[in-house]
Design a binder for this molecule. Structure first.
Ligand code: SF4
Length: 271
């Protein structure tokens, strides 16, 4: 199983991350959702994403492999997904290890899974059968939200967490490095078509800094356009692939979240 390189001294104290194997991973403790069970629809041990974020816990996106589309053949089949969910959920229930949340995320951008809508239905059927009180959610970069089938699938889950790391194209390009055509205007338009949206925003300083006043003002303006139901901000928690990134202090994150809460009148939290 691939792992990230040994942490540099400036990242000492951050947790290492290994790419999950198989369909399910966890449950693992989270600050906001309790014990979360991850669902990975992408190839086990490989990353596939439309972004190449400098801070990604899965490491750099293998750009050539991603663009070649070869990774698609390594994705689990729907039958694999069904079996993984059935066996995994039944096993967790038998162990008394029920998750507090089921998160469709994994090794990259989950909506890239070729039969995403059908896979979401399998997740929901498993949830209904084994953990009927557990909330489901998806974490997405939002690049595929122009497709109606992807929006339909996301809307069936209880929560949709969409990434917004910058409100201006230049900063976004530096921090998220999109590998597919992507515009902030398009993201705003597509978010408006979803049932409701939670925005997750990562902040960093050092080699890439999206906490300057200009960057924060642009980010707030985009939030205002999107009108999320909640905003979640965070900083480095795991060893990033890019060198020279610095974790943003908790107090500064709190101040950023407070500005979002005041501007949008919705909950905004640091996690
Ligand atoms: S969108 Fe998520 S999975 Fe993709 S590169 Fe960024 S942090 Fe990693």
């Amino acid at each position: 199983m691939p792992a990230l390189a040994k942490p540099l001294p400036e990242y000492a104290g951050l947790k290492p991350w290994k790419l999950p194997e198989g369909i399910l991973y966890g449950p693992f403790p989270t600050r906001r959702k309790g014990r979360a069970l991850g669902v990975n629809l992408l190839p086990p041990g490989d990353k596939a994403c439309t972004f190449n974020c400098v801070y990604c816990q899965c490491g750099w996106t293998p750009v050539e492999v991603f663009r070649s589309g070869e990774w698609k053949a390594k994705c689990p089949s729907l039958e694999d997904v069904r079996r993984g969910i059935e066996e995994g959920f039944a096993g967790l229930l038998a162990e008394g290890n029920a998750p507090d949340a089921i998160v469709v995320s994994g090794n990259g951008e989950p909506t890239l899974y070729p039969q995403f809508e059908e896979a979401v239905d399998l997740v929901l059927a498993g949830r209904d059968q084994w953990f009927p009180k557990t909330r489901t959610m998806v974490l997405t970069a939002g690049t595929e939200l122009g497709r109606a089938d992807i929006r339909r699938a996301c809307d069936r889950l209880d929560e949709r967490c969409v990434k917004l790391d910058a409100g201006d194209a230049k900063t976004l390009k530096r921090i998220d490095i999109p590998l597919v055509p992507f515009t902030l205007d398009g993201l705003v338009k597509n978010c408006a078509k979803l049932r409701d949206v939670t925005i997750q925003s990562f902040f960093t300083q050092g080699a890439v800094d999206n906490t300057t006043e200009a960057a924060i003002v642009a980010w707030l303006d985009r939030l205002d356009e999107i009108q999320p139901v909640e905003v979640q901000v965070y900083s480095l928690d795991r060893v990033p692939p890019a060198k020279g990134l610095k974790k943003v202090a908790r107090a500064e994150l709190e101040a950023i979240a407070a500005r979002a809460a005041q501007r949008l009148v919705v909950p905004a939290q640091v996690f």
